[in-house]
Design a protein around this ligand. Structure first.
Ligand code: E4P
Length: 223
């Protein structure tokens, strides 16, 4: 399973990269805005800074919603660095753009996917990744993890090369469930990645080991 971090925050990206477990980054216009990145030059420079931290797979989203605009932005974004994956929204012109970009060997991540039908269209168009938003589905009383399972099965049935990128992950259980059902990638906020480290028995066990070691040292020193 590939691990992406879902943020545009350079410190969080560096920390996750330093753990040695990171396979990529996903951003979106909201995450870029959260970091206060505005203006085309600053946005391009920020994507380059992200690419300089990680080894591969930096999703950068187009703003245009028409075919020509998406193609033009995708070409600009893909020229920043070979690590860029262009994020294209799941709309009619987006599907056409994904097909064009696939034929040009430009990798794409089809975003805002909320149904198996949308995922099939994106895979048929040649998307490198499809991003079903599981947290947002749960928010409206759906079952986001079930959608991932359905798409994984469909892609397996037809040997689609498109990878299922579970997005909008809100907590550790989402991540574990996505791993159980074979999502190819999970993109998580920093707190979810770090949250995987935690278990109270680990903390308790380590405290005990260190206390026993200290006691044995002190006993040895007194002897
Ligand atoms: C990632 O590619 C998505 O843009 C992101 O996971 C959306 O997450 P959210 O629903 O928490 O905003």
């Amino acid at each position: 399973m590939k691990f992406f971090i879902d943020t545009a925050n350079l410190n969080e990206i560096k920390e996750a990269q330093d753990l040695g477990i990171l396979d990529g980054v996903t951003t979106n216009p909201s995450l870029m805005a959260k970091e206060g990145i505005t203006g085309e030059d600053n946005i391009m420079a920020h994507y380059k800074a992200i690419c300089n931290i990680v080894d591969n797979n930096v999703s950068a989203e187009v703003i245009a919603t028409d075919y020509e605009g998406m193609i033009s932005e995708a070409k600009t974004l893909s020229q920043i660095d070979r690590k860029i994956v262009v994020k294209i929204p799941m709309i009619k012109d987006g599907i056409k753009a994904i097909r064009y970009l696939a034929d040009e060997d430009i990798r794409t991540n089809c975003t805002l996917v909320f149904s198996a039908g949308q995922a099939i269209l994106a895979a048929k168009a040649g998307a490198s990744y499809v991003s079903p938003f599981i947290g947002r589905i749960d928010d409206v009383s759906g079952d986001g993890v079930q959608l991932i399972e359905q798409i994984v099965l469909i892609f397996k049935n037809y040997e689609f090369k498109t990878e299922v990128l579970a997005a909008s992950i809100r907590h550790n259980l989402h991540l574990i469930q996505c791993a159980e059902i074979g999502a190819h990638v999970a993109t998580c906020p920093y707190k979810v990645i770090i949250g995987l480290l935690n278990h109270p028995l680990t903390d308790k066990g380590l405290a005990q080991f260190l206390a026993d070691h200290k006691k044995a040292q002190q006993t040895a020193e007194l002897a």
